[in-house]
Write a protein of this length. Structure first.
Length: 276
């Protein structure tokens, strides 16, 4: 049985992001919140705060923890997301790319820079991202997506989430792929059309890995907000190492696990999620 309508699939492919209402049972939301609590008590080596100031409300993150936190592993393999992604991307199979979570404490002034996820991964092909808020979230409390930006056929340099949002590296070309400076979205808001939604529990946004997104509003949330994100890949995705121009890569971990340039996804780091 299909989980999505043809109109939802068409909107995703045209706009680069779509909100899906009540696709995730509240039990999944509660499980993921427990997983974040568990992770904070015993974080991975990748855990970080993006807030530079000390003793102020922080913006926290951990990633690649699905195999360390049982609640996350259960969601990755057993939630509806892999089937939803399969339908959205017209895929024959779905593999895991990476999971992570963000928690923005109430009163935190830290924000999400405008970026697209594709530049943070040594992969090439069709991928999408689940953005699942774990509290009711107003459209000015979350991120926004630049409508249609996944179709620009551009790659942008990575932006650090740490306060100050430093761009890593310089414009360059790697294996024929040109990496440009990200556009100044905040300084040119009138030039873009934004997608943003109020989300209740069970709602989620799914977006193309190439879609630009970030914090648009200057609103500082009074309440603590957390979200779980999960990236998955269609069968056309291959390993594509993008060079050493940034510190934000996992080449060594991938190479130590035997992944070579041009390999299909699979194996222990990128297991198949659908079909089961």
């Amino acid at each position: 049985m299909n989980l999505l309508t043809s109109q939802e699939i068409e909107s995703f492919k045209k706009d680069g992001a779509i909100v899906l209402r009540k696709k995730f049972d509240i039990s999944w939301i509660e499980k993921l919140k427990k997983g974040i609590d568990r992770d904070i008590k015993n974080p991975s080596p990748r855990f970080k705060s993006h807030t530079l100031e000390k003793d102020v409300p922080a913006y926290l993150e951990d990633y690649w923890t699905w195999d360390l936190v049982p609640e996350f592993k259960d969601f990755v393999f057993n939630s509806p997301y892999a089937k939803i992604a399969c339908e959205l991307m017209s895929a024959k199979k779905i593999n895991l790319v990476m999971d992570n979570w963000f928690l923005r404490e109430g009163g935190s002034k830290s924000s999400t820079p405008f970026h697209h996820d594709i530049s943070y991964f040594d992969m090439d092909g069709t991928m999408c991202v689940l953005w699942l808020p774990l509290q009711p979230t107003g459209k000015n409390e979350g991120v926004v997506w630049v409508k249609g930006s996944h179709l620009w056929n551009k790659l942008f340099l990575r932006v650090l989430f740490k306060d100050g949002h430093k761009v890593e590296g310089k414009e360059c070309t790697v294996d024929g792929k040109k990496y440009e400076l990200p556009p100044d979205i905040l300084g040119n808001k009138d030039k873009y059309e934004f997608l943003q939604w109020d989300c209740e529990l069970g709602d989620a946004v799914i977006f193309d890995m190439r879609t630009l997104h970030g914090t648009l509003s200057s609103l500082i949330p009074e309440k603590t907000l957390s979200r779980y994100t999960l990236r998955v890949a269609k069968e056309d995705v291959k390993i594509s190492y993008i060079g050493d121009w940034t510190s934000y890569n996992y080449r060594k971990a991938m190479q130590d696990s035997g992944y070579k340039n041009g390999d299909n996804l699979g194996g222990p780091m990128f297991p198949q999620l659908w079909p089961k």
